[in-house]
Design a protein around this ligand. Structure first.
Ligand SMILES: *Cc1c(COP(=O)(O)O)cnc(C)c1O
Length: 395
């Protein structure tokens, strides 16, 4: 039986809809880093990764506008052709200096970075060990590489060790990959333990610190307290705390040179626009100049977890676990009616049955915003089932 493309798409969508897993786009106007406008309603957002509010920072905006005026809107070609604007090199130097590595390479996005970097270093006959909760783009890069890809239990370096021992004899190179801050759970990666394991076993460590840069250790990110060289590949994005767009890997000179020579998502994709590079550079300089600003998101997240007697926040991200997808949707719409935008997260972003609200705190929130959200959230925490059903019926 042949089916039209539309018939196929519609039947897929019906199935997803029945499980509360259909997704839709919702035009949203981010007004100032705190307030957003959606469907004619003004909401206080707890769903932005712009942790320091730098997307709207005067210096970041004017750096972007200035770069557009001076250099135009687009890069015009791959970095390997004519798209390597000098601002990218300047940004790479400052990122490498900030992270304490020899070199850095800037990419079009975090997704492109992981998608391209992993296959640059491992392939058929090699092994990639990923934390089971690693971001989709690390899985995509690992699978694309052709290496054997195995998951270790979340933050369990012993499990990673066990897998390494089992397979070490049959593979050439081993890459272990984890996150600095887990994007949907807000907990920190076991970087010190994994780094020790990698050194002992001659494996390489990749840490994606998309949510740690700008937020942990005065902005320096996860693993900032480890001796230099313990993380082989520090990946991060320019699109979260730095308020811009694009991504980076900080690493050794040799590894950076190989990436420039071989990484397909760098070679065959247009360079980052000069305005994004200029904004990221201004964002990075703000992070360096204002350590007090970088401490705010975590401080506010901890006020929230204290107010609700939840385990203490370790990052700017606090998950409110709700179980089934429809409950996360109901809680999000209840909060939206109360003027808060809090993203519901469902499968396949998180495991089935582990749907949640993902609350993200930023330097733009005030203590009062945090207390008001905690009050509105309270009924959704640990309530008797009857009350939950009643609230869902109303939502
Ligand atoms: C957001 C995110 C990415 C993707 O970065 P983009 O620059 O938005 O493509 C990659 N890894 C992790 C862990 C993320 O949270």
């Amino acid at each position: 039986m042949t089916r039209t493309l539309d018939a196929f798409a519609l039947s897929k969508l019906r199935g997803l809809e029945a499980r509360s897993l259909r997704r839709t786009l919702q035009p949203t106007h981010r007004i100032d880093g705190l307030w957003v406008e959606r469907g004619g309603q003004r909401l206080r957002s707890f769903s932005c990764n712009d942790y320091l509010g730098l997307a709207h920072h005067p210096q970041v905006r004017s750096a972007a506008v200035g770069a557009i005026e001076d250099f135009g809107a687009g890069a015009g070609a791959s970095r390997l052709v004519t798209g390597d604007h000098p601002l990218l090199g300047a940004l790479e130097q400052e990122l490498a200096a900030f992270k304490g590595t020899e070199a850095s390479v800037v990419f079009g996005s975090g997704y492109l970075a992981n998608l391209g970097i992993i296959p640059t270093f491992v392939g058929a006959g090699d092994l990639v060990l990923l934390d089971e909760l690693a971001h989709s783009c690390m899985w995509a890069g690992a699978r694309l590489s052709g290496a054997l890809v195995l998951a270790f239990r979340h933050n369990d370096a012993c499990d990673a060790h066990r897998l390494l021992e089992t397979h070490r004899g049959h593979v050439a190179n081993v890459l272990v990959a984890t996150e600095g801050v887990f994007s949907m759970d807000g907990d920190l990666g076991e970087i010190a333990a994994l780094s020790a394991l990698c050194r002992e076993q001659g494996a390489w460590l990749l840490v994606d610190d998309a949510h740690g840069l700008g937020v942990l250790s005065d902005g320096r990110g996860a693993g900032a307290d480890l001796p230099q060289g313990r993380i082989d590949l520090h990946v991060g994005t320019l699109s979260k705390a730095l308020g811009s767009y694009g991504a980076y890997v900080c690493t050794s000179r040799a590894a950076a040179d190989l990436i420039v020579t071989r990484t397909r998502s760098l070679i065959y994709s247009t360079g980052l626009p000069p305005a994004s590079a200029a904004a990221a550079l201004a964002g990075l300089r703000t992070v360096i100049a204002e350590p007090e600003l970088t401490r705010r998101p975590l401080r506010l997240a901890r006020q929230f977890t204290r107010a609700l007697a939840l385990p203490e926040a370790q990052s700017a991200i606090v998950p409110i676990m709700l179980g089934e997808a429809h409950r996360a949707l109901a809680a999000a719409s209840d909060l939206e009616r109360r003027g808060f935008l809090v993203a519901p997260i469902r499968a396949p972003t998180v495991p089935d049955g582990a749907a949640r609200l993902r609350v993200a705190f930023t330097a733009k929130h005030e203590e009062q915003d945090v207390q008001e959200l905690a009050r509105a959230m309270k009924p959704w925490l640990a309530q008797p089932l009857a009350r939950q059903l009643q609230m869902e019926a109303q939502a």
